[in-house]
Design a protein around this ligand. Structure first.
Ligand code: GTP
Ligand code: MG
Length: 139
């Protein structure tokens, strides 16, 4: 599976703003196949662990509070070159810098509340997928 899967979350801002359907439409139109998906909510402990790599960054507290503030959609996606192609589809971290037509450009509120997560490596895609899903929930 390595090289072909990525992990995403539709973040609390985009869920609250009613963009789940539109974002899933962009994802499937871009050729990604949904391998696993659920509506769920991170606890503060979950969010701290998921974003542990950013623990020393000044925005870590804000990020953890935001990511645990409401429901998210977690999903595992499959496509050739999944990690890189998905990051292209979502656009730059800051929606003000994201290219036209990208998911963050279209749906994000701000650099902190930026609509979607995308894994940054094949290794992290597998770690993040198994953080959220049991093997029998991935098809
Ligand atoms: P993810 O796909 O969510 O991992 O985003 P990314 O890979 O584009 O960015 P990065 O991993 O560097 O940062 C993780 C998340 O931290 C971002 O998506 C933002 O939600 C948040 N973040 C990054 N920079 C800032 C910032 O300057 N201020 C705030 N409030 N949040 C930030
Ligand atoms: Mg990241």
């Amino acid at each position: 599976m390595s090289g072909q899967i990525t992990f995403t979350m539709i973040k609390p801002d985009a869920v609250a703003d009613g963009h789940i359907g539109a974002i899933l439409g962009k994802i499937t139109e871009a050729g990604f196949k949904i391998k696993a998906m659920k509506l769920t909510q991170l606890t503060i402990a979950d969010a701290k662990k998921f974003y542990e790599v950013h623990a020393e960054r000044p925005f870590y507290g804000e990020l953890v509070d935001f990511m645990s503030s409401g429901p998210i959609v977690a999903a595992v996606l499959e496509k050739e070159n999944a990690v890189e192609d998905f990051r292209k589809l979502i656009g730059a971290t800051n929606p003000a810098e994201a290219a036209e037509g990208t998911i963050r450009k279209m749906f994000a509120r701000s650099v902190g509340e930026n609509a979607v997560h995308g894994s940054d490596s094949d290794e992290n895609a597998l770690i993040e997928a198994s953080f959220h899903f049991a093997g029998r929930e991935i098809f």
